[in-house]
Design a protein around this ligand. Structure first.
Ligand code: SAH
Ligand code: DHB
Ligand code: MG
Length: 227
């Protein structure tokens, strides 16, 4: 680990110790995820709490998450909802979905969390009719990066003016500014960022972050006009 990364990790731990109460359920999510050899790419505790606080600031009642993994961010977000709230989370990998379901159950959130197994581009269209009645209040995009632009288009379809769209991993160690990077994820992030910039239906910003997950960032968009 570079000296820089050691500091970022130590500072993340410092703030987590101060601000994030010990939580057996969330610890077990990470333990079960590692035990099943899932990648260690869940949001950090501080980022999880940021998502939770943003959902509360938003007064969210309906949340969509694209990319569940073991349910770590899912649980942070679902805990921001009222008892009659709903969080729909989309996951393509059956093994991830199975572990996430067990974790959501252990968190006592099975009535709030609706996990849909399948590739997001196949499950998103099923949300359209439902969300026309009751649009989403907050969307967290955190699945495969090449498809970010498509997920953004879908997010707009499922939104109302006032919906918040948060996208993870838009910096990727700074690779995002390299227009010649051939990596499909970098290309996907750049396409997404350009769509954000051009689309008159949203007002957006992006924030670089360092911490236990290295150097990355979030984009945050507020929907300001209907599709
Ligand atoms: N949000 C999680 C981390 C998600 S990691 C957390 O912070 O805790 C990304 C997840 O997206 C992985 O579980 C991966 O299987 C899933 N994924 C990848 N491609 C997908 C697709 N096309 N549709 C749905 N999920 C996908
Ligand atoms: C990766 C994916 C993520 O969503 C993330 O937050 C970090 C890393 C990855 O696929 O490498
Ligand atoms: Mg991510």
């Amino acid at each position: 680990m570079s000296p820089q990364q050691e500091t970022w990790t130590a500072v993340d731990r410092y703030f987590a110790d101060l601000l994030i109460p010990h939580d057996d359920v969330l610890d077990e999510v990470l333990r079960s995820s590692a035990a099943a050899n899932l990648p260690a790419i869940a949001v950090s505790p501080a980022q999880g709490k940021l998502l939770h606080l943003l959902a509360r600031v938003q007064g969210a009642r309906r949340i969509l998450e694209i990319g569940t993994l073991a349910g770590y961010s899912t649980i942070w977000l679902a805990r921001a909802l009222p008892p009659d709230g709903t969080l729909i989370t989309l996951e393509a990998d059956p093994k991830h979905a199975q572990i996430a379901r067990a974790n959501v159950e252990r968190a006592g959130l099975s009535r709030i969390v609706d996990l849909r197994l399948g590739r997001a581009l196949e499950t998103l269209p099923m949300l359209e009719a439902q969300c026309r009645q009751t649009p989403l209040d907050l969307i967290f995009i955190d699945a495969d990066k090449p498809a970010l632009g498509d997920y953004f288009e879908w997010s707009l379809k499922l939104s109302r003016p006032g919906t918040v769209i948060i996208t993870d991993n838009v910096v990727r160690d700074g690779k995002v500014i390299d227009a010649s990077n051939p990596d499909a994820s970098v290309k996907g992030v750049r396409r997404f960022n350009e769509m954000l910039a051009k689309d008159k239906r949203v007002s957006a910003t992006a924030i670089q972050t360092v911490g236990s997950k290295g150097y990355d960032g979030f984009a945050i968009a507020l929907v300001i006009a209907s599709s």
